[in-house]
Ligand binder design. Structure first.
Ligand code: AHR
Length: 551
C-alpha cells in the first residue's frame, strides 16, 4: 500500500476547476468542499432512508418479533428496543415480506386467528445457508405468527410507511387485488375489511407502496423482461384503489442490467402502450458481493469475509458499493427514453455489502453477518449517492434491518446492540426532506497497489442539503492512511454556527458486539468557523456530519 501522493495547496489545481473561485482557499488544506446553497437540485425523499425486512433467518423471528409473552421488552410482541432505536433515526418506510420470500408467500396464511394460521416451508429452507441449522425453527418452517397485521402495527409503532412486496410468481393477480382489499377497503365495507376488523383493525391500513413481484428475472419467476411486462399489466391494471394514492413498483434489473430495463419498458410503452399513473417506481438491487477482484463469478466463492480483510479488500468493497451511482445514472437514462417526464423514479430497495457466512451471531441467522467500520463507510457513501441524485431516487431500503446483510441491529434473544450502520443512519437523518444542494468536493485520489497493479479511489466525497436555515453536510474520508485537512465554503451566505459529529475507529475492522456494544459510536467533531468558511480535520476511514446554521 502506498500513501496517497499529493502536495498540500497545489495538487488540487486541476480538480478545483468546478469551484466558484469566490473564496480564498487556505493553501494548507488537503481538501476543499464548496456548497452551492443557492443551487437546490431537488427534495431528498425521506423514503430513501427506508429499511428492508424479510422472513429470512433471524430478521423477523428473533429480530423483530419476540412474542407477547416474552420476557424481552415488547409492544404487542414486537421487540421494543428495536422500535425505540428505529424511532431515533426516523425510519420512514419498511419493506416486507421479501425479497425472494415474497414470491412464495400467501398473505392469507398470515391473517386471522393465530391458532388457525398454517405452518409452511420457508422459501429459504433449501438454501445452503439453512442446511447448517441445528433446529427446524421458523427459519425453515414459517409459522405465520408474524403477518400483515403485525407488520403494519410494527410500522405504525415506528412511524414508518409500510411497503408490501406482492407475490407475482406463485399467486394469481386476484390475490394481489384481495391483499390490497384486505389492507385498504374501508371499515365495514367488504368481507376482508370485516376480517381485518375482527383482528382488531377496523380502520383501513391505507398501504400506498406495493412491489409487483421481486427480482422477477430470478427467484421471482425467472421471467424474460417481455414476460414480466405482460404479468405486470395483468397484476396492476384495475387494481382496487379505495382512494389511496397507490405507488406501484416494478421489479427492475439485477444490478445494472440495461437489457432488462430496455426490454421491459419497450414492451410496456412500445406498440401497445400501458399507461398506469400509479406505476411510479422501478426497483434496483445492488449488492456488493463479488470481492474476488475479477477472479471468479461464483456466487459463494466470490464473497469476502465480514471481519477478515486487508487494506485492498477495504477499497474493493467501497468500490463495489460506489457503483450504485453509475447504476442510478444508467438506469435513469434508459427509463428517460420511454418516460421523458420521469414519472417513474428509481427505488433501490435492496443494497449493501454481502459477505460469506461465518460471522452470524446465531446459527439460525441465515445471511447474518457482522458490520464493521468498513460497512459504515460503504453505507454512508451509498446514502450520499442517493442524496446527490434526489431527483432520481424516490425510495431506498437497506438490506436488511436486523440480523442479516448490512444490518443496523444485531440481536439474539434478550441481547441487542446497534451496529456502526445505525450510527450512519443517525448522522444522515437530517437530510430527510431537505433540498439537495450542488456540492463540489476536491481532494487528491488515494493510490494503492491492487494485485500488483496501481489502483486508485477517490479521496473525499459526500452530499449536502438544506432545510430552512440549516445546512447538513455529510462526507466520507475512505483513506486508511491519514486525515484530510478540509476547508468548507458556503456560497452567498453567512455562517452563524456549526457543529460536527464523527464515526471513526482506530481499526478498520472495528465493530460492536454484545460484550462491547459501543466500540464504534458517534463522537463530537471539532469544526472552526472563519467567516464564510469552515475548517476541520476529517480523520482516516471516517464518516462525518456537519450541521451548519446560516445567519
Ligand atoms: O436480501 C436477501 C435476498 O437478496 C433477497 O431475498 C433477494 O431479493 C435478493 O436476491
Amino acid at each position: 500500500m502506498e500513501r496517497r501522493q499529493f502536495l498540500k495547496g497545489s495538487a488540487m489545481a486541476g480538480a478545483a476547476l468546478a469551484f466558484s473561485g469566490k473564496h480564498s482557499w487556505a493553501r494548507s488544506a488537503d481538501s476543499r468542499i464548496e456548497i452551492f446553497v443557492d443551487e437546490p437540485k431537488g427534495q431528498i425523499s425521506p423514503n430513501i432512508y427506508g429499511q428492508f425486512t424479510e422472513h429470512i433467518g433471524g430478521v423477523i423471528y428473533d429480530g423483530v418479533w419476540v412474542g407477547e409473552s416474552s420476557k424481552i421488552r415488547n409492544q404487542f410482541g414486537i421487540r421494543a428496543e428495536l422500535i425505540d432505536r428505529m424511532k431515533e433515526i426516523h425510519v420512514p418506510l419498511v419493506r416486507w415480506p421479501g425479497g425472494c420470500f415474497a414470491d412464495s408467500y400467501d398473505w392469507k396464511d398470515g391473517i386471522g386467528p393465530v391458532s388457525q394460521r398454517p405452518t409452511r416451508t420457508n422459501f429459504w429452507a433449501n438454501d445452503p445457508d439453512a442446511a447448517r441449522l441445528h433446529q427446524k425453527g421458523p427459519q425453515v418452517f414459517e409459522s405465520n405468527r408474524f403477518g400483515t397485521n403485525e407488520f403494519v402495527r410494527f410500522c405504525g409503532l415506528v412511524g414508518a410507511e409500510p411497503y408490501l412486496a406482492a407475490n407475482l410468481r406463485s399467486l394469481p393477480p386476484l390475490e394481489f387485488d384481495h391483499w390490497v382489499e384486505y389492507c385498504n377497503s374501508p371499515a365495514g365495507s367488504t368481507t376482508l375489511a370485516e376480517m381485518r376488523a375482527a383482528a382488531g383493525f377496523p380502520e383501513p391500513f391505507n398501504v400506498k407502496y406495493w412491489g409487483v413481484g421481486n427480482e422477477s428475472w430470478g427467484c421471482g419467476g425467472d421471467f424474460t423482461p417481455e414476460e414480466y411486462a405482460s404479468e405486470f399489466r395483468r397484476y396492476t391494471d384495475w387494481i382496487p384503489r379505495y382512494g389511496v394514492d397507490l405507488q406501484l413498483i416494478g421489479a427492475g434489473p439485477n444490478g445494472n442490467d440495461i437489457d432488462w430495463t430496455h426490454r421491459f419498458f419497450d414492451e410496456i410503452f412500445g406498440n401497445h402502450p400501458y399507461r398506469n399513473s400509479s406505476f411510479t417506481g422501478w426497483s434496483v438491487h445492488h449488492y456488493a458481493s463479488n470481492l474476488s477482484r475479477g477472479k471468479t463469478n461464483d456466487w459463494i466463492l466470490s464473497k469476502g469475509d465480514a471481519l477478515q480483510f486487508d487494506m485492498v479488500d477495504w477499497y474493493e468493497l467501497l468500490r463495489e458499493c460506489d457503483r450504485v451511482e453509475q447504476i442510478v445514472a444508467d438506469q435513469w437514462a434508459v427509463m428517460g427514453q420511454y418516460d421523458p417526464e420521469h414519472h417513474i423514479k428509481l427505488v433501490v430497495d435492496e443494497y449493501g455489502p454481502w459477505y460469506r457466512e461465518g460471522t452470524e451471531l446465531d446459527p439460525t441467522h441465515i445471511f447474518g453477518q457482522q458490520v464493521t467500520m468498513r460497512d459504515a463507510v460503504a453505507t454512508a457513501l451509498t446514502l450520499d449517492a442517493f442524496n446527490r441524485n434526489a431527483e432520481k431516487v424516490s425510495v431506498a431500503a437497506c438490506a436488511q434491518l436486523v440480523n442479516n446483510i448490512n444490518a443496523l441491529f444485531l440481536c439474539h434473544e434478550d441481547r441487542f446492540f446497534a451496529t456502526p450502520n445505525f450510527h450512519v443512519f443517525a448522522m444522515y437523518a437530517g437530510h430527510q426532506g431537505g433540498q439537495s444542494l450542488r456540492t463540489e468536493f476536491s481532494a487528491p485520489d488515494i493510490h494503492y497497489v491492487r494485485d500488483g497493479k496501481p489502483a486508485s479511489f477517490w479521496g473525499l466525497n459526500g452530499s449536502a442539503s438544506r432545510k430552512g436555515n440549516v445546512v447538513t453536510l455529510t462526507a466520507v474520508n475512505p483513506d486508511l492512511d491519514g486525515p484530510s485537512d478540509t476547508q468548507v465554503a458556503l456560497r452567498n451566505v453567512k455562517i452563524a454556527s456549526a457543529s460536527g459529529r464523527i464515526l471513526k475507529a482506530g481499526d478498520m475492522h472495528a465493530h460492536n458486539t454484545f460484550e462491547n456494544p459501543e466500540a464504534v459510536k458517534i463522537a463530537t467533531l471539532d469544526v472552526s468557523v472563519n467567516g464564510e468558511t469552515l475548517s476541520l480535520s476529517i480523520p482516516a476511514a471516517s464518516v462525518i456530519q456537519l450541521e451548519i446554521a446560516l445567519a
